[in-house]
Design a protein around this ligand. Sequence first.
Ligand code: ADP
Ligand code: MG
Length: 405
Amino acid sequence: MFLDTRVLRYLTAEDWRVLTAVETGSKNHELVPTPLIERIARLKGGASGVHKSIATLAKSGLIGRMKEAKYDGYRLTYGGLDYLALHTHSSKDVVYSVGSRVGVGKESDIMIVADKTGKQKILKIHRLGRISFRTVKSNRDYLRNRQGGSWMYLSRLAAMKEYAFMQALQEEGFPVPEPISQSRHTIVMSLVQSLPLRQVSSVPDPASLYAELIDLILRLAKHGLIHGDFNEFNILIKEERTNKYTIEDGEEKETETVTLVPVIIDFPQMVSMDHVNAEMYFDRDVECIKRFFKKRFHFVPTQLGPFFKDAKKTVGKDGAKRLDATVEASGFTKKMLKELEKAIQEQQAKIDAGEAVEEEELDEDEDEEDDSGSDSDDEEDEEDQQEEEDHAVFEIPANVGRPLS
Ligand code: ADP
Ligand code: MG
């Protein structure tokens, strides 16, 4: 799955309205019947042109038809959902341009974006259920079997949960990126100028970095939380430079000290210290750090632990706010957390079983061809392709469509 913003510029206000109508209709229909799309789109003000918009959106892959469907209708694709989210971020002036993809995780795409002032930020697009399978046949079976819109719902849950935790953690002074905005299955956060720990080959003082990371695990525990995926990919290392001036032999001397500051990311799988498997998650996070420090820095701590039973005793102590409770209070029900946890586990199981093939596009081989395309459009596509290669950054014109929210 790749976020392709080329079409964004050409969409009219009517197209956006129709795309939004398909999204609205998706809440109750896996395949939104065409007459329903017309009705919802018209209710919002427009009259004609719905069919033209449908054709444009289908051709651009933002909505898709399903083969062998019992009735005429469309569903939103990941691309369509991406566009709606980007449109919202851009109407809030959070995102103006979309740059290159910096990372592709197992459940997300990470893009660099910028606002109008050129300030760079990170857009994380959650893609739960993106995993597709080796053969087209099983891919189709998978599509047929999955529940209506569940990928959309689960990806949105993941983004909501991650955003809620990032906010709560930031408020408590944890080193996390600044949460800026959330829409549907996406979040925008500050860009941390850093390297993932994974890419750090050596550090001057492994013992102190290790102690700092263990301290973070214990601080989280005190606030009722376990990260759940505390590994070298989800710990970013920032270099902070400070200059110290001293007088030596009557001369001023400047020394620069570089401090390594860890920043933690990736929160959709966070669990409460009260979770039934809390001990397993806690131990796994600790083990992960130990294993990495041994392998990469040949560092082995002299002390055993930390142990879950000790950490458990500190939960909520010294006035530490229970962030697990805070997040639940923000509208996350236990049921939602369970559904998300199950989806994340299932996805992980597929990856572990080697069933998943990344980068294979789910949406591509299921949709019927729309025959409204013309040669000139194709030429335009080619030009755009060229443009994409020439410039890393695409601008989303501020006047595209109409703000959706
Ligand atoms: P996933 O859930 O797919 O693992 P992550 O949130 O862990 O996604 O992000 C994947 C990668 O993207 C990270 O390992 C990191 O390299 C990069 N990344 C994510 N967020 C930021 C950020 N705020 N600043 C800088 N890099 C980031
Ligand atoms: Mg990650």
